[in-house]
Design a protein. Structure first.
Lengths: 232, 390
């Protein structure tokens, strides 16, 4: 793996069995992401963005080739090691927020820290800090059904960031948000990327997100068609 | 610990759904304890009563005696063994001579067992003191149910006809010297008790008896020549079998109830797993292993049993205690069944019974919670996160 490289993808192929045949979702992907990047996998629906994000997040395995994520080969990773990788190093942000409906904002954000077996005082400190990053300290006791879409996604960001992971994988994080909330969310993520040097990798086709990206990897039909660094 | 914390949060968050499941399971808990309590209570009461009133701590049976065959009564009598004379003088045994007879209350005819018993015996609870003293006529005591059936009361005369040792019919009037109340039908229904000496004289069977109840262990409780010793295990065998059969019947009842409650939990778990697939996918994405997620759902289901225990204790304990105080009144006519039943059954709850019920319900709840939770292991987390699992 190259220096400062957090993700190294080589000759990655992913296919799914469909009706006795193979549907190729990703084909011969070669990529490298460095620490602290703010990068997007951009492309239309079905281009393979989410599949790639899932492989990088160790939620799926490559059919051929390999993805090396934070020093771990995803091809050979076992379920236990994959859980450890996600638990310690990767935060996820989903399009539909995926907050636990019966938990308060505090409890939702606290959840990843429970898995890390931190003490109650450590958890409280980290959760309040994360809620401060996203500006939701006053909503600490609210339940998800009392929050707007933008607020829910900010809770999801706090939940992804609370353990200060090396990398955040965000799958269409603004798809359910209006323009104002989308910009608010993206500014928050840009700030966190700057302050904590966390690598952000998006899967998106939203122009509002694309405006904030510093690197755009375009995918079409499972292939990388362009990879551009945006100078800002 | 994490699984328990999450399970508690999820259960509390599920609100009414949790309450309904917990309440139904608590009903199963309380009914299982109550039904078993009644069975144990009846068992305890019945055993105590038949020992106190009918069997003592064992019986010597004349070798031809078969209580289920009235034809044996003709020959089932023999002199009381000499070895038992000493205990007899101390009231430690109760010899009983039995014969078939007919009584004629108000001109009607009723077949009874005429039993002679030593008035000075202290072995059985039968109030034989009432047979002591000088009487112009032969005194008799009856159980209150028998007295009610033939409509006689203390002081009434009752015509009795019997056959003596030579097979000759004879008859005379006896005077009702007293009535007694007992829960043991074998002492009450169709039984007429008179002094042993009088019956021996009437039957021309001097110093003879059919069976002898003993108060304590005598002569090592071994057989004597012409007499077979029956210990309590043998004497109570039929009753134990009846209680076992009754317990099995009740077990079916509470298994059905338990199955209904567990079915509700199983359904809830299945629904939960499909309704909460996004949650499951998110758990996995955040670093939980599938095994941990299965653990959370299994603990969550099992917690229903723990909560049901608490809820059952809140509403069930006062109910069970009240029943222990008042008992369960038996319906009219129960005393015709021939079973030793009191007017009301007082349940007996033992620690073992409660622990058994808790363990059975908790383990079965854990099993029905685990079964649907296993499906989580087969879920594709990517589909689960999007709620696409069918």
């Amino acid at each position: 793996m190259h220096n400062n490289s957090i993700i190294q993808i080589e000759k990655l192929v992913k296919w799914f069995p469909v009706g006795g045949q193979h549907f190729t979702a990703l084909e011969d992907i070669n990529l490298q992401l460095k620490d602290g990047e703010f990068t997007g996998l951009v492309g239309p629906s079905g281009s393979g963005k989410t599949t790639m994000l899932n492989i990088i997040g160790s939620l799926d395995n490559p059919s051929e080739g390999d993805a090396n994520v934070i020093g771990t080969s995803i091809k050979t990773i076992g379920p236990k090691r994959a859980s450890e990788l996600r638990k310690k190093h990767i935060g996820f942000i989903f399009q539909t927020y995926n907050l636990m409906p019966v938990y308060t904002v505090f409890e939702n954000v606290e959840f990843p820290l429970l898995l890390l077996k931190m003490t109650a005082s450590e958890r409280k400190k980290a959760v309040m800090e994360a809620l401060d990053w996203v500006g939701l300290t006053p909503k600490v006791k609210s339940k998800p059904n009392q929050l707007s879409g933008g607020e829910s996604q900010r809770v999801a960001i706090a939940r992804a960031m609370v353990k200060k992971p090396d990398m955040v994988l965000a799958d269409e994080p603004t798809a359910n948000l209006d323009a104002e909330n989308s910009h608010h969310i993206l500014k928050t993520m840009v700030q966190l990327n700057k302050d904590l040097n966390t690598t952000f990798l998006f899967a998106t086709h939203d122009d509002k997100v694309i405006k904030y990206l510093r690197r755009i990897i375009r995918l079409e039909d499972g292939k990388v068609v362009s990879d551009n660094i945006i100078k800002k | 610990m994490l699984a328990i914390k999450l399970a508690i949060k999820n259960l509390l968050g599920a609100g009414l759904r949790t309450f309904l499941n917990v309440f139904i399971l608590s009903v199963a808990f309380v009914v299982i304890i109550m039904q078993n309590g009644f069975i144990q209570g009846w068992n305890k009461q019945a055993r105590t009563d038949v020992i106190d009133w009918q069997y003592g701590e064992g019986q010597y049976w004349q070798e031809d005696y078969d209580p289920y065959d009235p034809f044996t009564l003709k020959d089932a009598h023999a002199p009381i063994p000499a070895e038992l004379e000493q205990p007899r003088s101390e009231g430690q045994i109760a010899p009983v001579l039995v014969t078939q007879a007919t009584v004629y209350p108000e001109g009607r005819l009723k077949t009874v067992l005429l039993k002679g018993i030593d008035p000075s015996q202290k072995t059985l609870e039968i109030p034989t003191k009432k047979l002591e003293g000088a009487h112009e006529l032969v005194p008799a005591i009856l159980g209150s149910r028998m007295a009610m059936n033939i409509k006689v009361d203390v002081g009434d005369l009752l015509l009795v006809r019997w056959r003596d040792a030579n097979g000759m019919f004879d008859a005379r009037e006896v005077v009702i010297a007293g009535l007694f109340s007992t829960d043991v039908p074998a002492i009450d229904l169709n039984q007429v008790w008179i002094p042993l000496n009088d019956l021996q004289h009437m039957m021309d069977m001097g110093n003879e008896a059919t069976y002898i109840s003993v108060e304590t262990e005598l002569l090592g409780n071994k057989d004597l020549p012409g007499w077979k010793f029956q210990d309590l295990d043998a004497l109570l065998y039929d009753m134990d079998q009846m209680i076992k059969s009754k317990s099995a019947g009740n077990a079916i009842m509470y298994l059905i109830l338990l199955a209904l409650a567990l079915l509700a939990i199983f359904d809830t778990q299945v629904l939960s797993i499909f309704r909460r697939q996004k949650e499951i996918g998110t758990f996995i994405a955040m670093g939980m292993t599938r095994r941990q997620v299965i653990g959370v759902f299994t603990v969550e289901g099992t917690m229903h049993a723990i909560l049901a225990l608490i809820v059952g204790a809140i509403w069930g304990a006062p109910l069970l205690m009240k029943l222990k105080k008042t008992g369960l009144p038996m319906p009219e006519g129960y005393d015709q069944m021939g079973l030793p039943l009191s007017d009301s059954i007082i349940p007996a709850y033992s620690l073992g019974l409660i622990l058994f019920s808790v363990v059975v319900v908790t383990i079965t709840t854990a099993i029905v919670s685990y079964m649907p939770a296993r499906k989580i292991a087969k879920m594709n987390p990517n589909d689960a996160i999007r709620g696409k699992v069918q």
